[in-house]
Design a protein around this ligand. Structure first.
Ligand code: MN
Length: 206
């Protein structure tokens, strides 16, 4: 295996930096992707480098601290990667309502899309401090479940898969919305790439 495959890298955004305006500004998106997401990738790789070096030299490691550090940063990397690709500009299919498999699944579980949207919004707005709202899917019960994630702690059970996320850390919206998280959460609904979320659910149902 090539050496570079053993480390993480920042995926490029699937659209231009100004594609999500006016809901997310070019400056906000650039900072979030290029600085914040990049730092999780860099720090996850740093942990791997520390492990590699110590094992090569037979040195002691503070494994508890490293495991915690790795978990935080890899959680950040995974969640941001999902987040960028479950967003899209209006002319690339962002916003509106889901149809197909996902639309049916949400209607079965929540009664209506509106009810789902209200519940997800409440979970996002009420996350304490830094966190995420996530739509996950349990493959045992085949039910969609809304989860709240603290920081980047992706504590999902093995049979759960996250299919849609919303970052509600202040770094996600502060330049555009200051302290008004609810306005950012409302804007999110104009950007959801339902086609992509539907694809993720169809993969799980195969
Ligand atoms: Mn973020």
């Amino acid at each position: 295996m090539e050496e570079k495959m053993k480390f993480y890298s920042l995926p490029p955004l699937p659209y231009s930096y100004d594609a999500l305006e006016p809901y997310i500004s070019e400056e906000q998106l650039g900072l979030h992707h290029d600085k914040h997401h990049q730092s999780y990738v860099t720090k996850a790789n740093t942990v791997l480098e520390i492990l590699d070096k110590a094992r090569k030299e037979g040195a002691e490691l503070n494994l508890s601290a490293l495991a915690k550090e790795f978990s935080f940063n890899i959680g950040g990397h995974v969640l941001h990667s999902l987040f960028w690709s479950n967003l899209a500009s209006a002319n690339q299919g962002g916003g509106g309502e889901p149809s197909g498999t996902l639309g049916d699944l949400l209607k079965d579980e929540f009664g209506s899309f509106e009810r789902f949207k209200n519940e997800f919004t409440k979970v996002a707005v009420s996350a304490e401090g830094s966190g995420w709202a996530a739509l996950s899917f349990c493959r045992l019960t085949r039910r969609p479940i809304i989860m709240q994630i603290e920081k980047h702690n992706v504590n999902v059970f093995p049979d759960f898969r996250i299919i849609m996320v919303l970052d509600v850390w202040e770094h996600a919206y502060y330049l555009d919305y200051k302290n008004e998280r609810a306005k950012f959460v409302e804007a999110f609904w104009s950007l959801v790439n339902w086609g992509e979320v539907n694809k993720r659910i169809e993969e799980l149902l195969k």
